[in-house]
Each structure stands twice: as structure tokens, then as C-alpha cells.
Design a protein around this ligand. Structure first.
Ligand code: GLV
Ligand code: MN
Ligand code: MN
Length: 419
């Protein structure tokens, strides 16, 4: 016999097939030939994704608005409109060779929950707001997690708007083009107040799949520091210039990266150190390189390690300059995040009640929740991703796991919104 109370639970109204189809629709926007997605922040593909989400929201009668940094909000009214809302969401932008689930899953799972509430005729006390945070990935404009950082007060709006991509286009200009192509009513201010935030995301690592668990109860996010390094030498003729007379920016940059690999050496393999962008100028086979620009992404769960090793980067770089000028600029620093115990417990309880195998785990990847957690009790829900592959066009997840995460999200949001 069907339990009549089950029909009143929003998780019972989550529809796996609808959620999956929405992923397939979104994946067409910026689709790559290898089955992934290239939908960078404030691109025409991002504008298309905004229009698609806005259209779905309009069809359900949900109000849509955007703030001054381009975060996109979809609102499901509560019975007390002035109560502090409960937020959920993630991001719609992707890596250049991104997958179909990183970020967009948290947006679509949140939208599925809003629809589930509407379908079940449920009206929580607090409003529910779905947020698509602007520029989480940081591949076009740095720093990443830009929209949530501005929202949470960790990054000044002016600084964010002034950031430029490699073609010299500013966030301010790209944002006004995007909002012209994907209009939404403007909302004032940032930062709430909000009652709580829960973000769903694919794990982006192999642990859930290996352990045969469906739900990751996320306890926190490791900290990170990001830098740019500019090495300036002197262009010279490759055929005539003796080694002693060269200021070879590439030779210096290679020595710097090699020394930094030593600095970051860690037998425990906890340190994460990545040089993901490395640009050589003028890029001519027969000119000694005059300029190199590269990025550093350094992560660790321990604040002391982040401080100690991160603070030595500039000195190590200077010692391997080989006669060039080296400028190290720290562009973002986010301390390790510890999620609110009550949200962690709630996510775990919801997973248990729904009968899903789960495990507590920290996040190696960064998420918008790391900023929102500074202004509201926050937590995250992970679902497995195939072989742990992410930031890769082969990224994959199953419709059943995506729906499971959305059901846990639905119950967690219901509890928070009725509190
Ligand atoms: C987000 O994509 C991150 O870099 O962790
Ligand atoms: Mn992400
Ligand atoms: Mn990502």
C-alpha cells in the first residue's frame, strides 16, 4: 500500500527522466566533438544556457532575476515571502574541455527540486532560490568562483568587473553583452541574508564509485591559492646570441616550475600543485623567448601548509630568474572550508531516510559553496562520476545517481525551508 505521507515529500516528485533530459538539452549548448562541453563564462553559449533556464522557469511561473555580477536567480515563493530564503545551485560555465555535468548538475538538480515542489503542490515556509553562479570555473576570467565570491563579500565587485580575458575583454563588457542576449530583471545588492545553502555536484573524483556509494555527504573543501607568474627576458636571435648573453624567459620559467615542483613535493600526495596555463611570447621558432606567463593552482586542506609553501613561491621563483624579471601575483586565496555541522547532519539524515548508501567526504575540487559558507550555514551533496573523470569531455554520470542526489537535495531543502 502507498504511504499517503510519501506523496507529500518533494523527493517523491523528483523525476529522473526530466532531470536527465534537461542535462541533454543543456549539453547541446557548447557541445564539443568529443561529447563534452565548452561553455565558458559570459560567452554566447553561457547566454544560451541562461535563456534556456529562464525559459523553463517562465514556463513554471518562477521569477527570474540577476544581480550586478551576473548571478542568475530562480525563485520559488514560500508561504512567508519575507522569510530569509534557502539557496541552492552551482554554475553553468564549463572548462574549455569540460564535461556535461560539472556545475550544471547542481543548477538542474536545484531546478528539478523547485519543479518537484510545484508538482507536489508544496509551499515551504521560506522561499527557495536556485542560483546559477557566474564564472565558477575561472578559465576565461580569473579568479574563478567569481560570482559567489562577490555575492559573499570575499571579492570586490569593481575588481571582478575589471578582470579581463586573454583577448582583453572585461567582465563588465562581457556581462553587459550576456545580459543583453539573455535578459533578466535586476535585483539589488548581494549576500542575503539567507537561511542556508546546499549545493549538489558530481564528485569529480573516484571515491564514491570505488566504495559503491550513491551519496557523498560533503564535510568541507580544501583551501587553495592561485597565482600568475610573469617572466620577462629579452627577445634575441636564436642563431647568433650566445648563451651568456641571453635572457631567455622560457629557460627561466622552466627552471622556476621545476623548482616549484620540488617545493611542493609531498610523499603523502596531499599537496595539489598545477601549472595549467603556460604561454610563451613571441612564440617564434627562431627568437629567444622574451616573455612567459603561467598560472599556479595550489591546494591543500591545511591552512598552515597553504601559508608556509604558498609564501615561498615568490622567493623560489626569484632565485631561478636567470637574469629575467619575475613577477608573482597572488590572484586568489580561499581558506579551507568546514561546512556547518547541522547541514552535514541533515544531508546524511536525508540520504539515510531515502535509503541511499552514503559516506562522509571532503571535496578536493573548489565550489561556490566555499564562499557562500562564509555567510550562511552551508553544505554539499556529491553523486558519483564515472571513473572520477572530470574537467574532461569524457565526464559522465548516471541518470539514477543524478536523480538520487536531487532527491536528497529536495528533502534537505524542504527541511531547511520549513525551519
Ligand atoms: C573548480 O572547477 C575547481 O577548480 O576546483
Ligand atoms: Mn564545478
Ligand atoms: Mn570545474
Amino acid at each position: 500500500m502507498v504511504d499517503p505521507r510519501a506523496a507529500l515529500r518533494p523527493s517523491a516528485a523528483v523525476r529522473e527522466e526530466r532531470l536527465w533530459q534537461r542535462h541533454l538539452e543543456m549539453a547541446k549548448l557548447g557541445a564539443t566533438s568529443k561529447g563534452g562541453v565548452n561553455r565558458q563564462a559570459l560567452s554566447v553559449e553561457d547566454a544560451a544556457a541562461r535563456r534556456l533556464l529562464t525559459g523553463w522557469a517562465a514556463a513554471r511561473g518562477f521569477a527570474v532575476s540577476t544581480d550586478a555580477i551576473g548571478n542568475l536567480f530562480v525563485r520559488y515563493d514560500g508561504s512567508e515571502p519575507s522569510a530569509e530564503p534557502v539557496l541552492t545551485g552551482s554554475h553553468m560555465d564549463s572548462q574549455p574541455t569540460g564535461g556535461r555535468f560539472d556545475g550544471i548538475y547542481g543548477v538542474l538538480a536545484g531546478f528539478e527540486v523547485l519543479e518537484a515542489f510545484a508538482d507536489a503542490g508544496l509551499r515551504p515556509r521560506r522561499p527557495l532560490e536556485l542560483v546559477a553562479w557566474m564564472n565558477e570555473e575561472g578559465s576565461r576570467f580569473q579568479p574563478g568562483a567569481m560570482g559567489s565570491a562577490v555575492y559573499a563579500g570575499s571579492l570586490a565587485l569593481d575588481r571582478a568587473l575589471a578582470a579581463k580575458d586573454r583577448a582583453g575583454v572585461s567582465v563588465a563588457d562581457a556581462l553587459s553583452q550576456t545580459l543583453a542576449a539573455a535578459p533578466a530583471s535586476r535585483r539589488p545588492g548581494f549576500g542575503g541574508p539567507i537561511a542556508a545553502y546546499v549545493e549538489a555536484h558530481i564528485e569529480q573524483g573516484p571515491r564514491l564509485e570505488a566504495a559503491g556509494r550513491t551519496i557523498g555527504v560533503v564535510t568541507g573543501i580544501q583551501g587553495q591559492r592561485r597565482y600568475t607568474v610573469d617572466v620577462v627576458g629579452e627577445e634575441a636571435h636564436a642563431g647568433t646570441t650566445p648563451r651568456a648573453a641571453r635572457k631567455d624567459a622560457l629557460s627561466a620559467a622552466v627552471a622556476i616550475v621545476s623548482a616549484l615542483e620540488q617545493l611542493m613535493a609531498d610523499p603523502a600526495d596531499t599537496v595539489r600543485f598545477t601549472v595549467g596555463r603556460f604561454e610563451v611570447q613571441p612564440g617564434s621558432p627562431n627568437t629567444v623567448p622574451g616573455r612567459v606567463h603561467f598560472t599556479i593552482d595550489f591546494r591543500h586542506p591545511d591552512t598552515a601548509v597553504l601559508a608556509e609553501r604558498g609564501d615561498r613561491i615568490a622567493d623560489v621563483a626569484a632565485r631561478h630568474a636567470k637574469g629575467c624579471t619575475v613577477t608573482v601575483t597572488e590572484i586568489s586565496r580561499v581558506a579551507p572550508t568546514v561546512f556547518a555541522p547541522q547541514v552535514i547532519d541533515l544531508v546524511r539524515d536525508c540520504a539515510t531516510q531515502l535509503g541511499y548508501q552514503h559516506m562522509d567526504m571532503p571535496s578536493g575540487a573548489g565550489h561556490d559553496a566555499m564562499h557562500v559558507a562564509r555567510i550562511a550555514p552551508s553544505g554539499m551533496i556529491f553523486v558519483p562520476c564515472w571513473r572520477g573523470i572530470s574537467h574532461n569531455e569524457a565526464e559522465n554520470a548516471t541518470p539514477a545517481d543524478l536523480a538520487a542526489g536531487a532527491r536528497v537535495l529536495a528533502e534537505a531543502l524542504a527541511s531547511l525551508a520549513n525551519a
